[in-house]
Write a protein of this length. Sequence first.
Length: 162
Amino acid sequence: MKNNTTLYLYELAWMLPSVALPVGMLAALLVTAFGAHIHLPGKTGQIDPAQVTQTAPFDAPGIVETGPGQYEARIVAGIWVFNPTEIRVPEGSEVTFVATSLDVIHGFFLPHADVNMMLIPGQIARITTRFKQAGTYPFICHEYCGLSHHTMAGKVIVEPRS
Ligand code: CUA
């Protein structure tokens, strides 16, 4: 039979992690919130989901040149389609994707360019990436959004500079 000291050490071995884990998570939360400034979007990142089609820039979905070699892709997601479904930019372009949802939670996943966003009604998602190589880059909805979720897709066509 084990003596009391051994049992005590076993108990301690279980208790310490159960204290350390929440303390560690709280520390991680404080570091990301105040150190890395990761937080929920402010007023500028919000939109009235009922007014999306009347609110700039989503009143005119599509691709807009914002500077030399720079583009903004304005995307509206709704069941079960992206608007637009096809985006064309020249090779080497820097593209900022700005997207939101009309109805339920959708996703915007463009694996070959490391773009992965959640499109939440009422919030505006934004991410910038550069397309260094010509080619076709498919994107899909990767948040289950109902019956035809699997058909919700589109593509970025990066045209070669001749
Ligand atoms: Cu939209 Cu899944």
